[in-house]
Design a protein around this ligand. Structure first.
Ligand SMILES: [Zn+2]
Length: 351
C-alpha cells in the first residue's frame, strides 16, 4: 500500500472513533487519581480495562521501540465543587478533572495504539504504552521506577501527550530548584516594634534577592534559546498567626524553573552569595534537577513537527483550559491520537 494511503487510513480509522476517545477520557476521569494523596489504583484499573487483552507483548522481533508515556495522577484543584469536574461533554468540549493533564492524552494514546495494533502488517517493531503514577511528585516511584525495573519501558524514542497543544511540539523539560528559606527576628509587642526585629522584614529582603535570579542571562544553545524563557515563582509565605507583634520567624518556599542554559549550580551560587551573609537567614535546597532537551533537529522532533502540521494544518490555534472547569476540545483529542499514530508509523515503517 502506498505510504500516503497508509497515513490516510490511520487517520480515518481514528476519526471514526471520536466517540470512543471521548468515552475513554470520561471513563478515566471517573476513576479518581488525585495527588495528594496520589493513589492511582482506580485509574490504572480503568486504563487496563480500556486496553483489554489486545496489548500483550508481541513475539515479533523488535527492530525498534516507540514509547508513549503518560501519567495517571492529576493535581487537586482548590475548588472541589465544580459541576464539570466529573466529566461532561458540552459544545464540543470534553470537561473533567485531569482531561488536559493528562487523561485526554492517555485516551488519545490508547486509541493510537489500538489502531496501530489493528494494522500490524504495515509496520515493524513494537509500540509500548506505559502509564505511570507519581508524576505530580516528580515520578521517582512512577516513570523512574519503570525505567529502572521494566525493560520494555526503555524504548528508543518517547512521545507523550501531556498537557499542551497539538500545534506545539515540546522537545525539552525545564529544570527546577525547590528551596526553603527561614528568616528569624526578635519578637516584640506590636506597640514596641522598635525593640524587635521583624522576621518578615528580613524575609522581604531575601525574596528581593531571590527575584534577581530573573536577571540571569540565559546561555542556551542557539537552537533552543527562542523556545524557552526563564520563570521564577515564590509559592508561599507563612507569616504565622496570633495577635499583632514583631514576628520571630517567617518562612518561604521557592520553586524556580530553569530554562535550558541556566544550571542548578548557578542558582545555588546566587543563593549562597545573596543569602548566606544576611543576619538571621537560613535556607536549604529541597530538590533540584537540571533542564534537559532533545535537539530540535532530531528526526523524532522533525517527525512530530510534520505529523502535527499534516493533522492540524498551518495557522490553526488549539484550546486547552486548565482552570477549575478544565476542558479540552473533543476534536483535538482525535487530532492528538492521529498525530501519535503518524509519528509511530513514521518511526516504525519498513525502511
Ligand atoms: Zn502532566
Amino acid at each position: 500500500m502506498a505510504e500516503s494511503s497508509v497515513r490516510s487510513q490511520l487517520k480515518s480509522q481514528i476519526s471514526l472513533r471520536k466517540q470512543d476517545i471521548i468515552s475513554a477520557t470520561h471513563y478515566l476521569v471517573a476513576a479518581a487519581s488525585l495527588n495528594p494523596p496520589g493513589d492511582t489504583t482506580l485509574v490504572a484499573e480503568a486504563a487496563a480495562d480500556l486496553l483489554g487483552k489486545d496489548f500483550k507483548r508481541s513475539s515479533r522481533p523488535k527492530t525498534c521501540l516507540q514509547w508513549t508515556h503518560g501519567h495517571l495522577s492529576d493535581l487537586r484543584t482548590p475548588q472541589l465543587d465544580s459541576p464539570t469536574l466529573d466529566g461532561v461533554l458540552k459544545d464540543g468540549r470534553v470537561y473533567g478533572r485531569g482531561v488536559s493533564d493528562l487523561k485526554g492524552g492517555i485516551a488519545a494514546s490508547i486509541m493510537a495504539a489500538t489502531v496501530l495494533a489493528e494494522q500490524k502488517h504495515l509496520w515493524s517493531g513494537e509500540v509500548v504504552l506505559t502509564l505511570a503514577g507519581d508524576e505530580e511528585s516528580m515520578g521517582s516511584l512512577g516513570t523512574k521506577w519503570l525505567l529502572d525495573n521494566v525493560e520494555a519501558a526503555r524504548g528508543d524514542a518517547m512521545v507523550c501527550g501531556d498537557v499542551g497543544s497539538p500545534n506545539v511540539v515540546r522537545f525539552g523539560e525545564k529544570g527546577f530548584c525547590w528551596f526553603e528559606i527561614t528568616a528569624c527576628g526578635v519578637s516584640a509587642h506590636g506597640a514596641h516594634v522598635h525593640k524587635g526585629i521583624n522576621a518578615i522584614d528580613r524575609l522581604r529582603k531575601v525574596l528581593d534577592a531571590v527575584e534577581r535570579l530573573e536577571n540571569f542571562v540565559v546561555d542556551a544553545p542557539r537552537e533552543v534559546s527562542k523556545a524557552i524563557a526563564a520563570a521564577s515563582q515564590v509559592s508561599e509565605a507563612a507569616p504565622g498567626e496570633g495577635e499583632p507583634q514583631t514576628l520571630h520567624e517567617a518562612t518561604a518556599e521557592g520553586d524556580i524553573r530553569l530554562p535550558v542554559g541556566i544550571s542548578v549550580a548557578q542558582v545555588e551560587e546566587h543563593l549562597h552569595k545573596s543569602l548566606d551573609a544576611m543576619p538571621g537567614v537560613s535556607w536549604r535546597m529541597i530538590r533540584s534537577h537540571k533542564p534537559t532537551y532533545t535537539s530540535p533537529t532530531h528526526p523524532l522532533v522533525q517527525t512530530a513537527l510534520s505529523a502535527s502540521e499534516e493533522v492540524m494544518g498551518l495557522g490553526t490555534k488549539s484550546v486547552v483550559n486548565m482552570r477549575v472547569d478544565e476542558y479540552v476540545m473533543a476534536g483535538e483529542l482525535v487530532k492528538v491520537a492521529q498525530i501519535h499514530a503518524l509519528i509511530a508509523y513514521e518511526f516504525l515503517k519498513p525502511k
